[in-house]
Each structure stands twice: as structure tokens, then as C-alpha cells.
Design a protein around this ligand. Sequence first.
Ligand code: GMT
Length: 374
Amino acid sequence: MKIGITCYPTYGGSGVIATELGKELALRGHEVHFISYALPFRLSHYVENIVFHEVEISTYPLFEFPLYSLSLASKMVEVAEFEKLDLLHVHYAIPHATSAYLAKEMLRSNRDLKIFTTLHGTDITLVGLEPSFLPLVKFSIERSDGVTTVSRFLKEKTITNYSIEADIRVIPNFVDTNFFKPESTCDFRKTIAPKGEKILVHTSNFRPVKRVPDTIRVFEKVQKEIPSKLILVGDGPDRSECERLTRQLDLGDSVKFLGKQEGLVEILSSSDLFLIPSQSESFGLAALEAMACGLPVISSSVGGLPELVKHNETGFIAEIGDVDRMAKYTLELLSNEKKYKLFSENSRERAVNKFDKSKVVPLYEEYYEQILKS
Ligand code: GMT
């Protein structure tokens, strides 16, 4: 198939999934065309069967705000016509699904370009609910030929929040478990925890929805009982507040802010446990990557997280903001070697058996084929 993919190319789970999907589809012999304003960050080197098309945004004194959605629609039309695309798969509804609808309508007399929209999270649970977006999001979803969500939770939310009657298919996030895997020799651990301390880790974009301060509060309780370190990977609006909280709680250099990092596998597989206390999380790709590296996960009970984290098997789930319980669960695992080993193995096994790319990507292919035939 000839497949166009549009996503947000910078840091963020939806862009990661879109890019990894495109790479895997290309490996499987499909021709993939990425259409976005920048090269997706996980597409930094040449991959056979993949072409990137940059959307240029024109500026004009009259346009106070850049008209990206329109430039994107035009680029979609151009690529679909020139490359003879069979379908366009857009990730994150706003504005991608709307631009895709426009492109489809513009091409209608020449070709029936099928549109697939994958809903990822805040496009449905937060931003899409704003009155200025809601009718457009509903319309664009309903006009897509195929719609997927990354969890059953998000499917329910889409149906109830937008009164959608269209069929929605759940296709979860996935991970390459040959890449994200426990690594045996890790110098990183020695640098971070030279005295053999336990290492807790959290990766995110430090948005309020991630509740990163809760991670620090959990750690504060844990390190009183067990010598440990906390690694925070990523950057975003809440980072300064988190740095302040670390100083206020007198945690010194027990908490390491690493900022954005490329070598995630090394960091994850050098760590012992992953914390994700989010306020809202439609799936939790970061937790899945950690599980693939053999890390048990302590999470909040929101959104799609209970579909990923098996309570008392691959980790523990607690109510949002219940820092005491999260700390208790963390201590329970870190102080019981036998239990820890079992949970670590369960995590890796669940990632491999349920969420490896080889299990999930074919679900997209089947869906494309079904819609293209209809
Ligand atoms: O919805 C967002 O906040 C943006 C999106 C992203 O681009 O990072 O994140 C969502 O998509 C990921 C990939 O499907 C999911 O794993 C994340 O759980 C989800 N984030 C939220 O729901 C907050």
C-alpha cells in the first residue's frame, strides 16, 4: 500500500507511535510518506520506503496566526495525487483529521482517498472538549473512513464526549521489544547509584497532567526507608516547579533531572522501577517502554493505565494523588527481592506477548485492507 502519515513530529507519544508505525510498515514493504512541518524525531536517518514531505507555512502580514491546517491540507492533496496514495493515516485529531477531510474532499472527483484517524489522548479528553474545537473534532472523526483509539478507555470517552456513532477500533500502543529490552552491562547505573542504591525513574514531557511533583513526593518517602535515587527524564512546563520542590524537600542530588535524552533504553534498563502518577493517560507509552526493559510500574488508576499495568502482577495501581500508597507499593517491591524479580519478569513478558510491534502493527494493516476493500 501507499500510505501517507501525518503526526506531530516533536517529542510526544502520538508522534512516536506514528513514526514507529511508519517505519514498521515500510519494513513490511509498504511505501510510506510522512507529511508534517518537521522531520519526526525518531526518523533521523534514511529508511528504505520512507519519504518525508515538509509542510511549508507561508507568512503574510495579514495573517496574524500561521495557517498550518490549510497548508497541511494542500500538501496532503499534492502528495496524495503525485504519489498516488491509497490512504492517509493521521495521528491526533486536531487539526490533522480536519486537514485530511479537506484534502479528501478536494480530491473527491479524482480519487477516493481513505482517511484513518488515530485518537491519542488529550485531543479527546482535554483540547478537543474546548467549545471552539468540539464540533470540528466530532465532525472530522465522523468523516474519517477508519477511526482507532489507543485504549478501550479512550474509545468510551470518544463515544460519550462527542456522541460518535461511527465504528471505532481499539489498537493499543506498541513497542519494539528487541530494542527496548533489559541490558545486562550498564555503566549508567554505577554513575547514578555508586553505592548500589535503588533507582526510580520517570519520563515525561513535564506537563501538569503528568503530576511529576507526585513522583518526587513518592520518592521522598521511599528514600527515607531504602537508599535510592530518582531519575527524571524529559522537559516541560512543570520542570522548574519540580526542581523547586526537590530543594524544598531537601533531596539534594538524590534527584537527577536529565532533561530530554536519546539513550532511553540504557537509562530504563539501569533502573529498578517506573513511576507514572498521571492525572490523565489514555494509554501510557512511557510505561510500556519501561515494562519492555523489565521494570515494574507504579501508576495511578486513570484512563488506559489499568489496561496496561496489571495490578499485583506487573506493578501496582493507586488512586490519583495517593502518594502514600504509591510509596508503600514501591517499598513493598524494592524490599522483596523474590517479588521484585517476579514482577520484573511479568512486565517484560506482558510487553513482549501483548504489545510488541509484531503483534500490533498487523492490526493496522488489516484495518487498512478492510476499509480499502469496502
Ligand atoms: O494526548 C496527549 O497528551 C498527547 C499524546 C502525545 O502526543 O504525547 O499523548 C497521548 O498519546 C500517547 C500515544 O498514544 C499515549 O501513550 C499517552 O497516554 C497519551 N497521553 C495522554 O493521554 C495524556
